[in-house]
Design a protein around this ligand. Structure first.
Ligand SMILES: NC(=O)N[C@@H](CC(=O)O)C(=O)O
Ligand SMILES: [Zn+2]
Ligand SMILES: [Zn+2]
Length: 349
């Protein structure tokens, strides 16, 4: 006779999402309730069209998010600015003084969805970065080089050598979040680096390797940037996330795209996980035998790094099978979540 030694439910401090795409307009209204159900707060990415480049734009976007929140739901959007070659250093001071802008985001020009207005050369931004370093404004980095000569699967590792090391040498006190890391190189770099650096890790990069994109045919809903990597990298991310190291924390990178923009000959990058993010992370931590490490990763390390208070409420995850919808409405179209139509083993109550 065997005994069941795995818990049937898990109660933790209410978690936050430190990397989220909410979009705007009708799409925002469709996706926001999913994240608000899962998380108390989220760092909201600024890659709208046009991008959120000023404190005034961030304030207006924040108000649109709060206006789209269904009655009775609580959710705090933590706003970010999109860095461009022309971001004025004074804009950083305005952002810092606002109290609602919590970070500035680097999109290397052309690296990912809506990054055309991104930075062409970080050297152009040094005056602005110096002010960020001075006032303690975190710098969130999409860490991939855009050099087309570099193999797609190597772009994160090459970014560490070409961009991250020189930047951190020049600005050793700048607070940096290496966003959505996908490689053992990045996990090791962050774990060993001196100074104020951390990394977010998505649930899909913990659960899947690159084979998932090609299982039985090409599966566009598993395509995101940085793209899923080899199994050895997934294992390194699992080790980092479940290590208890305060430098690693939760960021879903949930990135909604209408079904037509994903299921097409040149589909957009982005996985939608906002419906079941905590269930996915719980599954990953359980597989690693590390459910006791989930709370710190999901609810403590993020606010500690951002100098924000930890949440006070709690949530419970129950071991209960349920089926994720195949698709959900998004604006005048539909959205296919990652794992659409599949059975999920945990349920966020
Ligand atoms: N992660 C993605 O694949 N896509 C994101 C952009 C990003 O986070 O790089 C998006 O905005 O769709
Ligand atoms: Zn990104
Ligand atoms: Zn993202």
């Amino acid at each position: 006779m065997s005994t069941i030694d795995t818990p049937q439910s898990l109660t933790i401090t209410r978690p936050d999402d430190w990397h989220l795409h909410l979009r705007d307009g009708a799409a925002l209204a469709s996706v926001l309730p999913h994240s608000a159900r899962q998380f108390a707060r989220a760092i909201v990415m600024p890659n709208l069209k046009p991008p959120v480049t000023t404190t005034a734009m961030a304030q207006a976007y924040r108000e649109r998010i709060l206006a789209a929140l269904p009655a009775g739901m609580r959710f705090e959007p933590l706003m970010t600015l999109y860095l461009t070659d022309n971001t004025d250093p004074d804009e950083i001071r305005r952002a810092q003084d606002s109290g609602f802008v919590h970070a500035v985001k680097l999109y290397p020009a052309g690296a990912t969805t809506n990054s055309d207005a991104g930075v062409t050369d970080l050297a152009r931004c040094y005056k602005t970065l110096e002010v960020m370093q001075e006032v303690g404004m975190p710098f969130l980095v999409h860490g991939e080089v855009t050099d087309q000569e570099i193999d797609l699967f190597d772009r994160e590792a090459v970014f560490i050598e070409r961009v991250m090391r020189p930047l951190r040498r020049d600005m050793p006190e700048l607070k940096i979040v290496f966003e959505h890391i996908t490689t053992k190189d990045a996990a090791q770099y962050v774990a060993e680096a001196d100074g104020p650096i951390a990394a977010t890790i998505t649930a899909h990069h913990l659960l899947y390797n690159r084979n998932e994109i090609f299982k039985g045919g090409i599966r566009p809903h598993y395509y995101c940037l940085p793209v899923l990597k080899r199994e050895e990298h997934r294992l390194a991310l699992m080790t980092a996330a479940t290590s208890g190291d305060e430098r690693f924390f939760l960021g879903t990178d949930s990135a909604p795209h209408a079904v037509g923009a994903k299921e097409t000959s040149c589909g957009c990058a982005g996985c939608y996980t906002a419906l079941h993010a905590m269930e996915m992370y719980t599954e990953a931590f359980e597989r690693a035998g590390a459910l006791d490490k989930l709370e710190a990763f999901a609810s403590f390390h993020g606010p500690d790094f951002y100098d924000l208070p930890r949440n006070t409420g709690q949530v419970t995850l129950k071991r209960e099978a349920w089926t994720l919808p195949q698709s959900v409405p998004m604006a005048d179209s539909t959205l296919v979540p990652l794992n659409g139509g599949e059975q999920i083993n945990w349920k966020l109550l």
